[in-house]
Write a protein that binds this ligand. Structure first.
Ligand SMILES: [Zn+2]
Length: 121
């Protein structure tokens, strides 16, 4: 099995979804002053590479810790919405509406395929 690391670095000032908290990363403790290096992080839960829990859109749906890890392993389709505005991307539930020319798709969307959204925020 090939494992692909999709993580993007978390950095101060990185793009965030419009209205989300800005990202700030800085030293909280240092080896020189405190004997250990510890970073302080300020960010929203949708910063950088992340998973949107079902509860993100409905309080009655499962939180992320209630979703089995197996759900995050397997085939995936990448939806590239970098050329689509944030509001249009949020409202799009149909993959072809957000499908620019460089999007890789399965032949047809399947419920057992993870949807990976590539955004500019
Ligand atoms: Zn999100």
């Amino acid at each position: 099995m090939t494992i692909v690391d999709l993580s993007v670095p978390i950095t101060t000032g990185m793009p965030v979804y419009p209205g989300d908290p800005e990202v700030a990363v800085g030293p909280a403790l240092t080896v020189e002053r405190d004997g250990v290096n510890v970073l302080a992080l300020h960010l929203g839960s949708h910063s950088g590479t992340h998973v949107d829990a079902p509860k993100h859109i409905d309080d009655a749906l499962p939180a992320l810790d209630e979703v089995p890890l197996e759900r995050f392993c397997g085939p995936a389709a990448v939806v590239d919405v970098r050329s689509v505005g944030a509001n249009a991307a949020r409202q799009s539930t149909s993959p072809p509406e957000a499908k620019p020319s460089n999007t890789r798709w399965c032949s047809e969307p399947k419920t057992d395929v993870c949807r990976l959204t590539r955004a500019a925020w």
